[in-house]
Design a protein around this ligand. Sequence first.
Ligand SMILES: CC(C)(COP(=O)(O)OP(=O)(O)OC[C@H]1O[C@@H](n2cnc3c(N)ncnc32)[C@H](O)[C@@H]1OP(=O)(O)O)[C@@H](O)C(=O)NCCC(=O)NCCS
Length: 122
Amino acid sequence: MLALHGQKVVGHVSVFRQWEKTDVAVPGWWLTGLEVIPRWRGIGVGRQLVHSVITMWEREHHEEPLYLVVNRRNTPASGLFLQYGFKELKDPEWERKLRRAYRQDRRGEWVYQILKRNPVDQ
Ligand SMILES: CC(C)(COP(=O)(O)OP(=O)(O)OC[C@H]1O[C@@H](n2cnc3c(N)ncnc32)[C@H](O)[C@@H]1OP(=O)(O)O)[C@@H](O)C(=O)NCCC(=O)NCCS
């Protein structure tokens, strides 16, 4: 999904289906590729993208969870996802996988987390 200003793309986001279990992804639906170009940030474009993509996706998949990976220090993105009901997937197996897949930061901390948004009726 694209956010357009005239014919100029100012932001994008997508949702894809992960069919197989991999080292970094549980099978299921994943939100990915959220980005707003810097000079268009802070005025609601990111929120509109997340809102629209979830609304469209939910029409057909409202009984399924939605996942994403985010850097814990990414305050703008994390704040936005929390507002849309995403919560940290606290699962030791996936925690281990993420630690194998992503490097530590310079301070030796593990910065990536999987967030999960449960179906609305759960
Ligand atoms: C994350 C990102 C898409 C947000 O887009 P945006 O258009 O600036 O966001 P919005 O203006 O719609 O703000 C929506 C919410 O995001 C959060 N947010 C946005 N900018 C923020 C900031 N500078 N600090 C803290 N929270 C912020 C807030 O929760 C905000 O809600 P509020 O207005 O009620 O406080 C944008 O910062 C971006 O492209 N970042 C780089 C790419 C990235 O990190 N993508 C996510 C990868 S998982």
